[in-house]
Design a protein around this ligand. Structure first.
Ligand code: CP
Length: 306
C-alpha cells in the first residue's frame, strides 16, 4: 500500500516506496503472463482524463485497467468535454470524482495536477502536467533500469536533449537523485539546459550534476536517456527548428557500449531508427512496462495490491 492518496510528483517516491512498487509490478507482470486478466478491481471505475495528446500513457492505463477488470470513463481531449464551454478544472474534477473511484489526468498546464488532486475526494494520478512532471513515467523508467542494470544507485546517466522542458527528465532525475552516488550529465542545446532551480534541487538531494555541450557515450556511462525536443512548449519556434536535427543518437555513437538507451517516447528526431536493432536499445521494452507498472499503481492506490 502507499502512504499517499494521490501521486502528483516524483518527490513523493522514496526508495522504500519505489521498491514496493517494483515488487508489485513484478507480481502484475507474472499475472499478465499466467492469467491475462485478474479480478482485482472488478468493483472499481477508473476515470481517464487526457486534456493533452497521449499514446502510451493513455493506452497503457486503459490496458492496465482492463487487465484488472475495472470499468472506465474517458475524456480523450478537452474539446470533447464541457471544459470547451469554459467549465473549470475544479468543477470538472468535482463531477468526475462522483463517477469514478480513481482519476488519472494529463493536462497541458504545469501545476494542474496539484490543483486537481487538492480538489478530488478520490485518489488521483498525475499522467503529465505540462512541462512539469510525469511521475508514472519515472516509475516505468526506474523499473526498466532496475530490471536491466540491477540497481538504481551508482549510475552515470546522460540526459538529453531538452532537460529544460521534458517532464520525463524532470521526474526521473528527481527520482534517481535520492539514491547514493548517482551522477547526471545533461547535454543538448544551451538554451534547453536544466534550470538553475532544477540543478540546485538535484544537488541538494546528493546527485552530482554537470552540463556539457557533447558527450562521448563510450566513456563508461550506464544509461543514456533522451527525449524529443518538446516542440509544443517552445516560445520561439525558430529555436526548435534550429536544433531539432542537431541532437540525435546514431549507431556509431552507441554501438559497442553497454549503455542502456532509454527514451520515454514518442521518438521524433532524437534517435535514428538504425539504433533500434541494438541489444541495448530498450525504449520499446521500456514502453511495454507501462502496463504492469500502472496496474501496480492503480491497485496500490485503491488498497487492493497483491
Ligand atoms: N511517454 C509518454 O508519456 O508518451 P505519450 O505522450 O504517448 O503518453
Amino acid at each position: 500500500m502507499l502512504p499517499f492518496d494521490s501521486l502528483i510528483s516524483a518527490t513523493q517516491l522514496t526508495p522504500e516506496i519505489i521498491s514496493d512498487i517494483i515488487a508489485t509490478t513484478d507480481n502484475m507482470a507474472t499475472n499478465i503472463q499466467q492469467q491475462g486478466r485478474i479480478d482485482l478491481l472488478d468493483d472499481k471505475v477508473v476515470a481517464l482524463l487526457f486534456f493533452e495528446p497521449s499514446s502510451r500513457t493513455m493506452m497503457s492505463f486503459q490496458s492496465a485497467a482492463q487487465r484488472l477488470k475495472a470499468g472506465m470513463v474517458f475524456a480523450q481531449s478537452a474539446s470533447a468535454t464541457s471544459i470547451e464551454k469554459g467549465e473549470s478544472l475544479e468543477d470538472t474534477i468535482r463531477m468526475v470524482e462522483s463517477y469514478s473511484d480513481i482519476i488519472v489526468m494529463r493536462h497541458p498546464r504545469p501545476g494542474s495536477a496539484a490543483i486537481a488532486a487538492g480538489t478530488s475526494k478520490v485518489p488521483f494520478i498525475n499522467a503529465g502536467d505540462g512541462g512539469n512532471e510525469h511521475p508514472t513515467q519515472a516509475l516505468i523508467d526506474a523499473y526498466t533500469i532496475a530490471k536491466h542494470k540491477g540497481r538504481l544507485d551508482n549510475l552515470r546517466v546522460v540526459f538529453g536533449f531538452d532537460s529544460l522542458q521534458s517532464r520525463s527528465i524532470h521526474s526521473l532525475s528527481t527520482l534517481l537523485a535520492q539514491y547514493p552516488n548517482n551522477h547526471f550529465t545533461f547535454t543538448g542545446p544551451a538554451e534547453l539546459n536544466p534550470s538553475t532551480d532544477m540543478l540546485n534541487e538535484l544537488k541538494s538531494k546528493g546527485a552530482q550534476c554537470e552540463i556539457v555541450p557533447e558527450v562521448n557515450l563510450s566513456d563508461g556511462y550506464d544509461i543514456v536517456y533522451v527525449n524529443r525536443l518538446q516542440e509544443e512548449r517552445f516560445n520561439e519556434p525558430a529555436l526548435f527548428e534550429a536544433n531539432r536535427r542537431k541532437y540525435r543518437l546514431t549507431q556509431d555513437k552507441v554501438s559497442g557500449t553497454d549503455c542502456l538507451i532509454l527514451d520515454p517516447l514518442p521518438r521524433i528526431d532524437e534517435i535514428d531508427t538504425a539504433v533500434d536493432c541494438l541489444p541495448n536499445a530498450l525504449y520499446f521494452k521500456q514502453a511495454s512496462y507501462g502496463v504492469p507498472v500502472r496496474m501496480a499503481l492503480l491497485s496500490m492506490l485503491l488498497g487492493k495490491a497483491i
